[in-house]
Design a protein around this ligand. Structure first.
Ligand SMILES: CC(C)(COP(=O)(O)OP(=O)(O)OC[C@H]1O[C@@H](n2cnc3c(N)ncnc32)[C@H](O)[C@@H]1OP(=O)(O)O)[C@@H](O)C(=O)NCCC(=O)NCCSC(=O)C[C@@](O)(CC(=O)O)C(=O)O
Ligand SMILES: [Mg+2]
Length: 292
């Protein structure tokens, strides 16, 4: 269950210390763009010590590392992979060859620390025009890739277009990311909504992202966590309807039928699959469970 992913800037001890108590399903300790260049080493040491001291047991833990075109990414992996975060989020991934470079380096660090190859999973951040064009290649480049993630601030800068709340400029990118991830059989996460004071805007943006098929969404403020969790949780109405679909199709199967109608709407295999996903999500939320 990874509805919301809360960014915690890696060089802010006061923010990191409460990070796992703010209701997000996943926290992202950031060593990249939230950290100024002259703070990279300090942030890496702080994040390493924070993960060792705090453990972050009650949430899923992601660490965002600097991109391959910086001098920092190997030091980031050397310090962080041995701590076994659930996910490493490499910034500005451009293609399958970037995933191969990261995969090989991570396997070396894992071996050095007696960890099986592939222990720490990847969630590549796609936030450049080249990365977007290669989205499926990135998503399917290695079993280590657990999901992909859209970064619209960098992407729109690269596309040379304005970033707007309505998001028309990233409609193609969002759709491309969802289809690439689902074709690769993995999850996909939406870019954060960046106006911390717009309580209506976050609800609208999160609901729209879910309607496109995203698995969840990043947030840059604890004030956005509840809205994103709610947007990515099935409503009671959806749960009740899913239960009716499953009951109706069970009855139809006993009568040897595959397609039926419920309240006049056709019900067949894909609708049943969606109902099963709804129930599974509702049970995961009720259980408070998280894949570790
Ligand atoms: C935006 C702002 C400065 C506003 O601060 P403000 O202080 O004005 O906010 P307030 O609402 O007044 O804070 C109320 C209380 O919450 C506390 N509080 C604030 N933020 C908190 C937080 N994140 N976690 C826990 N606690 C928090 C705060 O300390 C205060 O606590 P207290 O004083 O005790 O009341 C702040 O939120 C912030 O820094 N956010 C994280 C920014 C970040 O990580 N950016 C990088 C990731 S995106 C990116 O890189 C783009 C991307 O890569 C896409 C992608 O990758 O996704 C791409 O290319 O698209
Ligand atoms: Mg970015």
């Amino acid at each position: 269950m990874r509805r919301s992913m809360l960014f915690l800037p890696g060089n802010t001890p006061n923010i990191i210390v409460n990070g796992d108590a703010l209701g997000a399903d996943n926290v992202i300790l950031d060593l990249e763009d939230a950290v100024a260049p002259d703070q990279k080493d300090a942030a890496r040491i702080l994040v390493r010590n924070a993960v060792k001291a705090l453990g972050f047991e009650s949430v899923e833990l992601t660490v965002r590392i600097n991109s391959l075109d910086t001098p920092y990414w190997q030091a980031d992996l050397d310090e962080i992979v041995p701590l076994r975060p659930d996910l490493i989020m490499p910034a500005k991934v451009g293609g399958a060859e970037d995933v191969a470079t990261l995969d090989a380096y991570m396997a070396e660090v894992e071996k050095k620390h007696g960890l099986p190859a592939g222990t720490v999973k990847l969630i590549p951040l796609i936030e450049t025009a080249r990365g977007l064009e290669n989205a499926y290649a990135v998503a399917s480049a290695s079993p280590r890739v657990a999901a992909i993630f859209l970064g619209a601030e960098d992407l729109t800068a690269d596309l040379r277009c304005p970033r707007t709340k309505e998001g028309a400029e990233i409609f193609y990118a969002r759709s491309r990311m969802v289809s690439a991830a689902r074709a690769a059989g993995i999850d996909v996460y939406d870019t954060p909504f960046t106006d911390v004071n717009d309580d209506e805007g976050i609800v609208k943006d999160a609901r729209f992202a879910r309607s496109l098929g995203f698995s969840g969404k990043a947030v840059i403020s604890p004030r956005h966590v509840r809205a994103v969790n709610e947007a990515f949780s099935p409503t009671q109405k959806e749960i009740d309807y899913a239960r009716e679909v499953l009951a109706a199709i069970r009855q139809a199967k006993e009568q040897g039928r595959g397609a039926i109608s419920l309240y006049g709407k056709m019900i067949d295999r894909p609708i049943v699959a969606r109902a099963e996903q709804t129930i599974a999500m509702a049970e995961a939320i009720a259980g408070g469970g998280r894949e570790k």
